[in-house]
Design a protein around this ligand. Structure first.
Ligand SMILES: Cc1cc2nc3c(=O)[nH]c(=O)nc-3n(C[C@H](O)[C@H](O)[C@H](O)COP(=O)(O)O)c2cc1C
Length: 400
């Protein structure tokens, strides 16, 4: 998804050694199809020329507060033109000025006159960054609605490794896109619990019963939920990728998963049961490895596990929303409709796992979304992350 295509974006550059990275930011934005203009402080022009940024942005660069084109006062026209303002890099000085409402040059006056989405990426020496005044000003900007792109730990111009380095421009753009989308999303601050992966039911200390679930659909849902503004806890049996803003709790058995879901669901808004929970577990887990000597065959006695989706579906309050998955190899729609009712889910995602191109372990999926009293909605074959975004969107429409 490209969040910058056809957007009017003002890049503000201030006097930091990291100013050269603003040239890369401008070039990336142009590649994404954005209309870009640049405004610079006078200190910024000590580090990078207005000429470079003018060529890259395909526009004039604003440096003079009193500049006028015909009768138009430029800083006001630019302030209103911008959909988004990126202050990259931001000096301690400029942060202080903006946080305290100072507007004494082209840059600060333009920022003051604009109601665009505002993004700021501080870049400075670690001691400067830790200065209480700078920290106070950054917090103030956050409270005023600025999106702060935190500096990274890295090699500083001073010749040592510390926090203060400007992240790479592409990282700034991707963090901004995700966080702005989340801000505007319907599931803002909703608490979402997602389970992922197949459970493992122990037979003895070295063996267990499991299934073919890879956890990929649950991971994609966690990412899509974060993009939709939710606070996400992922309860997983499989190693999960690092997803910004997702807490991960690892479990192994259905019983452990249920215990975690139960305790987290008390304060949650939404539960999405994407894990493949084993229906049965061995009645008795052998305390030592079962040996084959002396027995031709082996009978395992199994007992039923708790049905997590059904338990949560029956215990939810009217302010909570429960989503289940039905992975079936035959009679998919009939089973799915029945599951939606008997488990008292608010939404059921039906998944044909007999197809080799969808479902377990695959990177793609095609699903049908069932909601009580609404027409089922079937998707085409799409990457799991796109499927997850569709599901989150539908949850947002149905629940929020
Ligand atoms: C070589 C050099 C590098 C600098 N790098 C930074 C920096 O990375 N971050 C910062 O906040 N200030 C840095 N400064 C200090 C600012 O340039 C100075 O505070 C200036 O007044 C900022 O002006 P401006 O905020 O209007 O751009 C640097 C100064 C020099 C001379």
């Amino acid at each position: 998804m490209n969040d910058y295509n056809q957007k009017n974006i003002l890049v503000v550059v201030s006097g930091s050694v990291a100013a050269y990275k603003s040239a890369i930011l401008v070039r990336e934005l142009i590649k994404f199809g954005a209309h870009v203009r640049v405004a610079m402080t006078s200190s910024a022009q000590e580090f990078i020329t207005a000429k470079t940024l003018s060529v890259l942005s395909q526009n004039d660069v604003l440096t003079d507060l009193f500049a006028q084109q015909d009768a138009t006062v430029l800083h006001i026209e630019w302030a209103q033109w911008a959909d988004q303002i990126f202050v990259v890099p931001a000096t301690a000085n400029l942060i202080g000025k903006i946080a305290n409402g100072i507007a004494d040059d082209a840059v600060t006056a333009t920022i003051m006159a604009s109601d665009a989405d505002k993004i700021i990426a501080p870049a400075m020496n670690d001691v400067m960054l830790n200065n209480p005044a700078v920290q106070r000003n950054i917090k103030g900007l956050e409270q005023d609605g600025w999106l702060i792109i935190s500096p990274e730990i890295g090699f500083l111009a001073e010749g040592y490794e510390a926090k203060g380095r400007l992240p790479e421009p592409i990282e700034i753009l991707s963090q901004t896109a995700i966080r702005l989308r989340a801000r505007k999303a319907k599931l803002l601050n909703k608490k979402v619990i997602i389970t992922a992966g197949g459970t493992k039911e122990s037979i003895d200390p070295v063996r267990y019963i499991t299934n073919r679930s890879s956890g990929k659909m649950g991971f994609a849902l966690a990412q899509a939920a974060v993009e939709a503004g939710a606070k996400v806890t992922l309860i997983s049996t499989q190693k999960a990728p690092q997803i910004y803003g997702v807490d991960v709790v690892y479990v192994s058995t259905a019983a452990e998963m249920y215990q975690q879901v139960q305790s987290l669901f008390v304060t949650a808004d939404i539960f999405i049961s994407a894990a493949a929970v084993s229906d049965y577990r061995p009645a008795n887990e052998a305390s030592q490895k079962i040996k084959k000597e002396g027995s031709e065959g082996l009978n395992l006695s199994l007992v039923q596990n708790v049905d997590i989706l059904s338990e949560i579906g029956h215990s939810k309050t009217s302010n909570q929303f429960v989503v289940g998955f039905a992975a079936e190899t035959n009679n998919l729609m009939a089973y799915a409709q029945k599951k939606l009712k008997t488990k008292q889910a608010d939404m059921l995602i039906a998944n044909d796992v007999s197809r080799s191109d969808v479902g377990f372990n695959s990177d793609d999926n095609a699903i049908t979304i069932l909601v009580p009293d609404q027409k089922p909605e079937t998707t085409m074959l799409l990457p799991k992350i796109e499927i997850a975004r569709l599901i989150m969107n539908r949850i947002g429409q149905t629940f929020a």
